[in-house]
Design a protein around this ligand. Structure first.
Ligand code: AMP
Length: 208
């Protein structure tokens, strides 16, 4: 299966993409993670991308399209892949359609008030990249014990800008995939397990 995951920032795409990839043995391709790796290695692309990401802006379409086109040529993608955070613009969706046949686009819907609340409590593990919603005192990764950090682009003013960018540039993709008859909309309110079950129910139907 070749899947696309849509939804506003904070909808839980990364967490759900991980679950979906594991359940259906797909490669998890996250453009946000790929860019954060470029930043960590201080590559020329990473240095340019950091300036845009920290402001809540998108990285140029040509750069991202090239990155994904090359990534999905790798062996782990032969069985299928779960694209997380891509496409984010109509130009990206059109580019993707020119080099891949997507089976299904899943859109996770979450109301804006809940997103702002979720992002304020989101912390991530800098080592294993797991995302947490922090409400208590403990800010260590359950998997590896590393001290959790806030993402630079999760600051409230940046989150508001990212949501505006989502509405303007990414939300139109919902219609793009609906018109092609491959869109499934999922209610993203509830626990991680509840949302995952809704997605699995939909995808099990697609596979049959
Ligand atoms: P994410 O982890 O998916 O929220 O991505 C973090 C940031 O990376 C985004 O706010 C964008 O600045 C950038 N980014 C990730 N994916 C894309 C994409 N497909 N197109 C443009 N920018 C992207």
């Amino acid at each position: 299966m070749k899947l696309v995951l849509l939804g506003p920032p904070g909808a839980g795409k990364g967490t759900q993409a991980e679950r979906i990839a594991e359940r259906y043995s797909l490669a998890h391709v996250s453009t946000g993670e790929m860019l954060r790796a470029e930043i960590a290695f201080k590559t020329p692309l990473g240095l340019k991308a950091k300036l845009l990401i920290d402001e809540g802006e998108l990285v140029p379409d040509e750069v991202i399209n090239e990155m994904v086109k090359n990534r999905i040529k790798r062996d782990d993608c032969i069985v299928g892949y779960m694209l997380d955070g891509y496409p984010r613009t109509l130009a990206q969706a059109e580019a993707l359609a020119s080099f891949a046949d997507i089976d299904r686009a899943i859109c996770i819907n979450v109301p804006a008030e809940l997103i702002v609340e979720r992002m304020a409590s989101r912390m991530v593990c800098p080592k294993c990249k797991l995302s947490y919603s922090i409400h208590g005192e403990d800010t260590h990764c359950v998997e590896c014990g590393t001290e959790l950090i806030f993402r630079e682009d999760d600051k409230p003013e940046t989150v508001r800008h990212r949501l505006a960018v989502y509405e303007e540039l990414t939300h139109p993709l919902v219609d793009f995939y609906r018109e092609r008859g491959i869109l499934s909309e999922i209610d993203g309110v509830g626990s991680v397990d509840e949302v995952a079950e809704r997605i699995f129910d939909t995808l099990d139907g697609v596979r049959e």
